[in-house]
Structure formats: C-alpha cells, structure tokens
Design a protein around this ligand. Structure first.
Ligand code: MRU
Length: 351
C-alpha cells in the first residue's frame, strides 16, 4: 500500500490492461487496511465491482461501466448483447448519473458499427472517458484553487470541510472536491481539512483520510454531527463536496448528510460549493425531486463497521444513501468550465 503519494496521479483506482483483455481496479472495501487490486475481465465482474462498491464515486462508476461494456463486446458484439450489457451495468446503482452517461456514450460510439469493430471502438471510448476525467478534474481543481487562494489571503490555514469521498479514489485522478485542495497544498497554501466520517459506510473515515494522508494534506476526522458545531465556532472557512447527480436547476444530490452540512453552512455564513464535472449534470431532470435516491441494506446501519451490532435485533432501518441539497443553499458550483451560481449552469454549458 503506498504511504506517500507525490504529484498528481501516482495511485490509480482503475488501470486499463488491454493486453490482458481486462482492467485492474482497487478494491475500496479493503481500504484503509489493504491496497488490493482486482482484475475485471467481464461485464459481470464490472457490474459486481460497482454493485458491491469495490469501485464507487460517480466518475469512477461511469468509467468502470464503460470498460465493462467494452469487455462485454469482446465476448459477444451482437446488438442483443450490447443491449443486455448496458442494462446489466445500468442496474448496478441508481443515483450517480455518470453511469448512464458513460454507458450511453459508449453505445452511441458503437451501435452503427459492424459487430467486428465494436469491441475496439468501445474500448477507445472508455479510454477517452477515463482520460477526460483526469483533465476535467484538473480544471475543476484550478477553478476551485482561486476560491482557496482568495480565502488564504485573509487566513491560513484555510479550514475546509468535506463530506464522503469525492477524492482521487472516486475518480480517475485528483478527485473533484479534493482537486482544489491538492492544488492549493502543492502551491504552498496551508490548508487543513475536516473530514466527516460519513456514516454508514464511512467513506470519509476510510477513504478520504487515506488519500489526504498519502498526499501529506493536514486533516482531522470528525463524526458527521460535528460539522455544524465547527461551523458555528468559526472553524470552517469553506465547505467543498462532490455530487452524484445535479439537476438542471442546480439542486445537488450527494452522499447522505450533505444537505445538513449545507443548512449549517447557510446558517453560519460559510461558503458551500459542490465540485461537479459536467458528466454529473442531468439536464433531463428539472430539479432535485426527480433524482432517484438509492436505498441501501439495513445491515449497513445496524452493524457498525460491518460487524458490531448497535441496535436491538429487528429494529426497523431506513438507509437512504444520498440526499438533495437545494440550489438556494449553495454558494456556487465548481465545474471544469469555471464557477457559477447554482441556478446558472447553462451559462457555462449552453444547449
Ligand atoms: O456511495 P458512494 O461512495 O459511491 O458515494 C460517493 C459520493 O457521494 C461522492 O461524493 C460523489 O460520487 C462524487 S465523487 C467525485
């Protein structure tokens, strides 16, 4: 397991291995204890990796699905298998729209080709999706860096709160919410990150701390409920989160608990930004009410860390994995094309 990561992309949550007809992913369910790579050679295996959250995070889910489709076409490039593989991969997780976006992009790239040309074309498309994610996140980082620089002119360390993992592990590199943090750190700005643990699956505690540590970014782990108190005490200068799907009006769907942080930020005058690649914007949905929210298993809540029971047997559980933060609670959205008011996404991405 790498303990020190210098530069931009020294660890890879996903590596294409075309010579082996496969991709290699890092099993994120094993972090922070073990850096275990898993070979994915079929669409079934790609679907399993997404469903079980060996890979997770909206952009990484999308790229994994794209390669999964290419692998399916290597085995059988018929129209029937193209449709079946798309449906199988799309059914793995409902909320992150990058999944549908990546699959549809690959389908469009291959459907008019003869079957013999489809697998290679799909693989090229998956490579392009992966490469574009790196440049997109770098651009998000640069736009977000301006916000941190502005804060740093008045106070250092700049105190940043983030939720879940919208980091390098959730993408092909840099992360979205973490990209401005990494660039600020590399630029010599003193930053400190409050990492909320992110019950129930603990992506903040397990993953965000892991990658911030790997890059040497100072950080402190907090329980989810501590964020609002820290904001009230004036110990947070900016909140930076990612997104799984953003509606056309700028409502932001992200990991459960994001909405509470946004409410607390609004009440305390703390700027609150979502870092969002355009691949996460769902223009077909007018507002957040139309976003499907994944409901996950009760055991994630009943069993702390996967094994220690914390409630009487049979206790009823609700486990929505995501929530929607209304656009009015956001200060802005950071995209690869710049920062805009949440209701003004079309000014950056005209039809
Ligand atoms: O359930 P997860 O771990 O896939 O949820 C991840 C998030 O909510 C991230 O914040 C989001 O996907 C953005 S990743 C750049």
């Amino acid at each position: 397991m790498p303990t020190s990561v210098a530069g931009a992309i020294d660890f890879h949550p996903l590596r294409p291995r075309p010579e082996a007809d496969a991709i290699e992913i890092v099993d994120q369910t094993r972090l922070p204890h073990e850096w275990l790579t898993v070979r994915i050679a079929t669409a079934d295996e790609a679907a399993h990796a997404i469903r079980t959250m060996q890979v997770r995070g909206a952009p990484l889910i999308g790229a994994t699905a794209a390669y999964g489709l290419a692998l399916a076409l290597r085995a059988d490039a018929s129209d029937a298998n193209l449709g079946a593989a798309r449906a199988q991969l799309l059914a793995t997780r409902p909320t992150a729209v990058n999944l549908r976006w990546a699959l549809d992009r690959c389908v469009r790239a291959v459907e008019s080709l003869p079957p013999s040309a489809r697998a290679a074309a799909a693989w090229r498309e998956a490579d392009a999706i992966a490469a574009e994610d790196v440049t997109t996140n770098r651009a998000i980082g640069e736009h977000g860096l301006r916000l941190i620089e502005h804060l740093a002119a008045h106070t250092q360390p700049v105190q940043i709160l983030t939720h879940c993992n919208a980091g390098a592990l959730a993408t092909l590199a840099f992360g979205t919410a973490t990209a401005p943090i990494y660039l600020a750190h590399e630029a010599g700005i003193t930053v400190h990150v409050w990492v909320s643990e992110t019950r129930p699956r603990l992506q903040g505690a397990k993953l965000t701390t892991w990658e911030l540590r790997a890059r040497g970014v100072p950080h402190t782990l907090i329980v989810d409920a501590a964020g609002a108190a820290l904001m009230r005490q004036g110990r947070v200068d900016i909140v930076l989160v990612g997104a799984d799907r953003v509606a056309a009006n700028g409502d932001v769907c992200n990991k459960i608990g994001t909405y509470e942080k946004a409410l607390a930020a609004k009440d305390n005058g703390v700027p609150f930004y979502a870092a969002v690649p355009s691949t996460t914007i769902d223009w077909t949905i007018a507002d957040g009410a139309g976003i499907p929210i994944e409901e996950r298993a009760a055991d994630e809540v009943l069993l702390l860390g996967g094994d220690a029971s914390i409630a009487p047997p049979g206790t009823a559980v609700a486990n929505p994995a995501f929530d929607v933060t209304p656009a009015r609670l956001l200060t802005g959205i950071i995209t690869e094309r710049g920062v805009c008011a949440p209701g003004k996404l079309r000014t950056l991405f005209p039809e």
